[in-house]
Design a binder for this molecule. Sequence first.
Ligand code: NAG
Ligand code: NAG
Ligand code: NAG
Ligand code: NAG
Ligand code: NAG
Ligand code: NAG
Length: 345
Amino acid sequence: MKGALLLVSSFIFLTHRVNCCPTKCQCHQFSKTVDCRNRGLVDVPPHLPAETQILLLSNNHIQKINHSVFIDTTILKILDLSNNSISGLLPNTFKGLRHLQILNLTKNFIEYVDNKTFSSLPHLKELDLSSNNIVRLPGTLGNNTGNITLLSLKHNKLQKVDRLLLESLPNLKVVLFKGNSWLCNCHVFGLKLWLETFLYRGGISDGVICLTPENWKGKDLLKIPYEMYGICPPTTSQMQKDNILHSISEHKSSLKHAHHSEHGDSSRSHCEPKPKPRPVSLRHAIATVVITGVVCGIVCLMMLAAAVYGCAYAAITAKYHREHLPPGKEKGNFEGKETFESSLA
Ligand SMILES: *[C@@H]1O[C@H](CO)[C@@H](O)[C@H](O)[C@H]1NC(C)=O
Ligand SMILES: *[C@@H]1O[C@H](CO)[C@@H](O)[C@H](O)[C@H]1NC(C)=O
Ligand SMILES: *[C@@H]1O[C@H](CO)[C@@H](O)[C@H](O)[C@H]1NC(C)=O
Ligand SMILES: *[C@@H]1O[C@H](CO)[C@@H](O)[C@H](O)[C@H]1NC(C)=O
Ligand SMILES: *[C@@H]1O[C@H](CO)[C@@H](O)[C@H](O)[C@H]1NC(C)=O
Ligand SMILES: *[C@@H]1O[C@H](CO)[C@@H](O)[C@H](O)[C@H]1NC(C)=O
């Protein structure tokens, strides 16, 4: 009786482990690909074959991803969820995908990304988050992002991106920013600095095109000189005004987002690299230029004087030598000249 029960339960266990191809998908044994594209799916099919390496789920209507759905497909390398209806990703959505290299989430409705969503993907190389509704990104994509080489954030609603997030991706080679709502005030300063260094080191980017403020609309962030950024904030009264404006906009946006996280952001929101008020730095710059000019002028004059003195001295000594040289040496010279002249004649 007991043995039979064990046999039955192990049979059940076995059939559970050896998963078949989901009915709506096509499975390719050789390429270890499960192809579920264009099937009108609203969920990720459960019990995927454990040996799956490529899972194609694009062009469906998937809205939510069950947190344990990828628990068996531990060797998955490519996961394509593009063109679905995913609006949010739970922190543990991709838990267990330790070998995942490419994650494509383009063309969904994702608004917010949690900082733990991708932290269980140590081999992630390419992350495509383009064409979503992402308004803001966390300070980091997790502590396991060291292998990410491509990050696409194209066509979202980002106004800014934390420099720390980009700095936490040391192997990034390609980053795509186009089609966002970049706000080019002092807050974008950190991004500009990062991007300049990134491009200098050979990174590839499609550039940050400002949307606001109005005077920088359509301008490339890299082509706006540092001096041109709004000062944030120059005086205490201005700071108070900014704070009021900021808290108003924050109250508006907190209708959409969790309030505590927004608040944590606001406490350190005003410009990380603290720029000096412009008049002072401008005065400093002018003073530096004037002093440099004066010093250069003095040095030049001294060099000129030295040159004139040197030439005069050389001429005088030469003349002196010619007049006081012993006649023998001088004669040899004249003889040479004479023979030269006579040979000409
Ligand atoms: C996106 O998926 C829908 C079906 O869900 C399909 O009709 C549409 O053509 C797809 N779009 C693209 C760009 O592939
Ligand atoms: C998530 O998994 C549980 C257990 O398999 C199941 O009851 C639930 O229906 C699943 N949800 C989805 C969206 O698949
Ligand atoms: C993601 O999928 C789209 C098509 O749905 C494709 O154009 C894009 O190149 C893919 N992104 C990556 C990083 O492979
Ligand atoms: C993730 O964000 C939360 C706040 O939203 C923060 O408390 C936590 O430290 C962050 N974790 C990491 C790993 O950055
Ligand atoms: C990453 O953070 C998680 C908790 O968020 C932790 O369990 C894990 O050990 C960390 N990994 C590394 C490499 O620091
Ligand atoms: C990156 O890849 C290497 C080798 O493929 C691996 O050893 C490492 O754990 C991966 N993760 C991180 C975060 O570097």
